[in-house]
Design a protein. Structure first.
Length: 165
């Protein structure tokens, strides 16, 4: 029988964290016509933090639309400061309808095959972040309505690794 000499990272309930990772969820309700709300182009949440990252972590990100997004000409993207579209490149928000999944460089759809080669449009890439928060930026025009749940699947690499919504 194999002997494992290293210890497991554990969650708050002392359950070992496996390679599948931990899931942290953030729900966003867009109200872009309201000053400084999510989806308000140029407002306080334009480039707003979806997930606060501490320490070194591996991260995958996807979103599920629950209420159709509206807003003529509205586009959003998800990434980090300096690379604002690495997780979800600029997407026309009116193309995001209830029941659809939003990820990577793919047109929103009800399903995806993930785990393909790195450059595939519907791939779910893994990024390693070191204390760099995940942000959503309203690229053009207000996203006036809609509701989207963002799921961050992450694994700590350093002892202080953490992701919070």
């Amino acid at each position: 029988m194999a002997t494992i000499n290293s210890s497991f990272y554990r969650d708050a309930n002392r359950v070992p964290i496996t390679s599948a990772g931990i899931v942290t969820k953030k729900s966003i309700t867009f109200a872009g016509a309201t000053t400084d709300a999510w989806g308000n182009d140029g407002g306080a949440l334009d480039g707003g933090v979806l997930f606060t990252v501490t320490g070194l972590v591996k991260v995958q990100l996807l979103a599920v639309c629950n209420v159709d997004c509206t807003g003529a000409g509205s586009t959003n993207e998800v990434g980090i400061t300096g690379a604002t579209a690495i997780f979800m490149p600029t997407t026309t928000m009116t193309a995001l309808d209830a029941g659809e999944i939003w990820l990577n460089n793919a047109t929103p759809a009800t399903y995806f095959i993930t785990g393909e080669e790195e450059a595939a449009a519907d791939n779910l890439p893994i990024y390693t972040l070191n204390g760099t928060d995940i942000i959503m930026t309203t690229a053009t025009a207000d996203t006036e309505a809609g509701q989207v749940d963002f799921y961050c699947v992450w694994t700590p690499l350093s002892t202080d690794g953490n992701v919070e919504a």
